[in-house]
Design a protein around this ligand. Structure first.
Ligand code: AMP
Ligand code: MN
Ligand code: MN
Ligand code: MN
Length: 277
């Protein structure tokens, strides 16, 4: 069975390793097919492709889009699309603008809590306003001595319902999925169990995703209890969706996650990566 990892991050978003270093690490762990799926940006793609060519690893074009479905943020992994297609640039430009806006609003809310300098601090870690993710703000809060660890930053300030939570104005699910499909790619719903939806709401999300052109959902990922993975496999099967797999590697921010390391897809699944095998 080839080692395939279709979800990972680099310094182009909130990972700790440069794109080439991510690909080299994956190659070292025996990964033969991968996609670098940074949040809302293609900034790491060229470097990842070059590293893959050098190391003999197949690197698909990838991105993880932040999208809105009925007021809920959902993540869609786009794979193997044409990054030059004219639907992609405007989508990413809107996402970049929203990331920068949201970071400023989060910083303003933190300032109201007496914590100043979060925007500048997170910007120094991220390198550009449109790259700032809540992971960077959490890391800055740790470095500033405000919280003990990133999890506490989410629990005390950044998480849903907390004082510095900001409702995101991400583009709608349907438009984001359509852009991936129009540009010749495959849209995969990321980590469906993380949205904390009941089974009815999850079925509605999957139906909306499929209606928009989505073809697969992530089933195998690290630290997912076996029972949960089996349930996701059945859900995908019932929804008529193929199954994907990926580590969601970030490097240092999540040291317990490793490239290429997650359980094998249950036999019931139709693997999305068969298209590239
Ligand atoms: P953003 O896309 O800027 O909202 O940031 C999302 C990133 O923050 C995710 O990729 C996770 O790495 C991290 N994250 C989100 N929620 C939590 C949480 N409750 N605890 C720790 N990290 C989180
Ligand atoms: Mn992330
Ligand atoms: Mn995600
Ligand atoms: Mn991710």
């Amino acid at each position: 069975m080839p080692v395939i990892d279709l979800h990972m991050h680099s310094t182009a978003s909130d990972g700790s390793l440069a794109p080439a270093a991510v690909v080299a690490r994956a190659a070292g762990r025996g990964v033969q097919l991968l996609a670098l799926t940074d949040h809302d940006t293609l900034a790491g793609q060229a470097e990842a492709q070059a590293a893959g060519a050098e190391l003999g690893v197949r690197v698909l074009t990838g991105v993880e889009l932040s999208l809105d479905w009925q007021g809920q943020t959902v993540h869609v992994v786009g794979l193997d699309f044409d990054p030059e297609h004219n639907v992609i640039a405007p989508l990413l430009a809107g996402l970049a603008q929203e990331r920068a806006r949201r970071a400023e609003e989060i910083a303003a809310k933190l300032a109201k809590c007496g914590i100043r300098g979060a925007f500048e601090g997170a910007l120094a870690l991220a390198g550009a306003p449109e790259r700032i993710s809540r992971t960077h703000i959490a890391r800055w809060l740790v470095d500033a001595g405000v919280v003990r660890d990133p999890q506490q930053a989410f629990d005390w300030y950044l998480g849903k319902g907390k004082p510095a939570a900001v409702p995101s104005r991400w583009p709608a699910l349907a438009g984001g999925v359509a852009a991936i499909v129009e540009s010749g790619g495959v849209a995969v719903l990321a980590h469906p169990s993380r949205y904390k939806l009941g089974s009815g709401a999850l079925r509605q999300l999957l139906a909306a995703f499929k209606a928009a052109g989505g073809v697969a959902m992530e089933v195998a990922s690290p630290n997912l209890p076996r029972g949960m993975m089996d349930k996701l496999a059945r859900t995908a099967h019932q929804a008529g969706l193929e199954a994907s797999q990926g580590s969601d590697f970030h490097g240092a921010p999540m040291p317990w996650v490793e490239l290429g390391r997650f359980p094998e897809l249950p036999a019931l699944c139709q693997p999305v990566w068969q298209r590239w095998a």
